[in-house]
Design a protein around this ligand. Structure first.
Ligand code: MUC
Ligand code: MG
Length: 382
């Protein structure tokens, strides 16, 4: 038995290499909630939960993630058997509604601990990896077309990325379409161009937008309208050839079932954190596969730690038709891992090693740490 003895939570604030301009905010820092679980046999596991732009992307914030873990999730897990993942997930699900990112951060740490104790990578606990590297897209979001074009060429020349996701939705639809067309023209057939609207358009704007994007050679549009507007997504997916991808609309298997049943997307962006953990992300993948939808490995712009956890799951998926966007650590001025993930030949490699395959460097954690709290089985102390 490996009893969950102690759960440590810290928020790391890591600056980004440039402003990341999204329809709802501009990110200059990524705040990652790091979870460390210590087990009675001396083993440990790490997890991570991030959101995007504080609280502008979804209801969870770095502070709420840390607070949900320390106030509600840690108390129900301390003293339980860390090898019993289903038991842990179920008790947390019964005690805490929503808070998917917080649950995911803790669940990743449990998987990491279990994998390390068994001496196997987490991918093996999900049936085994079927590939050792995955295509990784890059997001162009400097807010300026010229800067984005220069960045795209730099990435192509370096052999780092040949799939670009453009963040749009902040300007008028016509200006956004012109911006996308310029970038597509500049990269030509050397790269795939896709966009993410992050829910910013009304259905009427989206009708025009999708037509313009399609004519500009853009291959896919992610979450063009509000996450709850399933009917609008259904109409857009049916009327346009450009692929429509659901992101914010997917919060695990329950919502995935609704989106799939209503044909409200052609592609699922699978996000481990948004799904509520690796297990629920795997269930979401299964629903997408059963519905015949395309799959894409999404990100919440995690550090190398959360990115490695996602890699462990995505590497087990039979077909990821749209690749991944697991570039999170590259957007940060510095990563926190002892050994960074390898980005090469337009791919990111699956780390070998047990658990999630990576470990945070304590000095880097200390350097970016905003605060640190720990909760032990006997006493809970700040
Ligand atoms: C999102 O909405 O997909 C993923 C990549 C990126 O640049 O932002 C995120 C969020
Ligand atoms: Mg998105």
């Amino acid at each position: 038995m490996s009893i969950i003895d102690r759960i440590e939570v810290s928020i790391l604030d890591i600056p980004t290499i440039r402003g990341h301009v999204l329809s709802m905010t501009t990110m200059r820092t990524q705040s990652a909630v790091l979870v460390r679980i210590l087990f009675s046999d001396g083993s440990e596991g790490f997890g991570e939960g991030t959101t995007i732009g504080g609280i502008s992307y979804c209801p969870e914030s770095p502070e709420s993630i840390a607070s949900a873990i320390e106030t509600y999730i840690a108390p129900v897990l301390l003293g339980r058997d860390g090898d019993m993942l289903n038991d842990a997930r179920q008790i947390v699900a019964r005690s805490v509604k929503g808070n998917n990112i917080a649950k995911s951060a803790v669940e990743i740490a449990l998987w990491d601990g279990l994998g390390k104790r068994l001496g196997v990578p987490v991918s093996q606990l999900f049936g085994g990896a079927v590939r050792d590297r995955l295509p990784a897209a890059w997001t162009l979001a400097s807010g300026n077309s010229e800067t984005d074009i220069a960045e795209a060429h730099q990435m192509l020349d370096a052999g780092r990325h040949n799939v670009f996701k453009l963040k749009i939705g902040k300007r008028a639809v016509r200006d956004d379409v012109a911006h996308v067309a310029r970038i597509k023209e500049a990269v030509g057939d050397a790269a795939s161009v896709r966009v993410d609207v992050n829910q910013a358009w009304s259905l009427q704007e989206a009708r025009w937008g999708l037509r313009g994007l399609q004519d500009a050679g853009c291959e896919l549009v992610e979450q063009p309208v509000a996450a709850h507007d399933v009917d609008a997504m259904t109409e857009l997916a049916a009327r346009h050839e450009i692929a429509v991808m659901a992101d914010e609309a997917l919060k695990g298997p329950e919502s995935a079932f609704i989106v799939a049943a209503r044909r409200a997307a052609d592609v699922f962006a699978i996000k481990v954190a948004q799904s509520g953990g690796l297990h629920r992300a795997a269930e979401t993948i299964a629903i997408g596969q059963a519905a015949g939808l395309g799959l894409y490995g999404g990100t919440m712009l995690e550090t190398g730690l959360g990115t490695a956890a996602a890699l462990q799951l995505f590497a087990t998926v039979d077909k990821l038709a749209w690749g991944t966007e697991l570039f999170g650590p590259l957007l940060l001025v510095e990563d926190i891992l002892t050994t960074p993930l390898v980005y090469k030949d337009f791919h990111v490699e699956l780390p070998s090693g047990p658990g999630i395959g990576v470990t945070p460097d304590p000095e880097q954690v200390e350097k970016f740490s905003r605060d640190r709290r720990s909760f032990s089985r006997a006493v809970s102390a700040l």
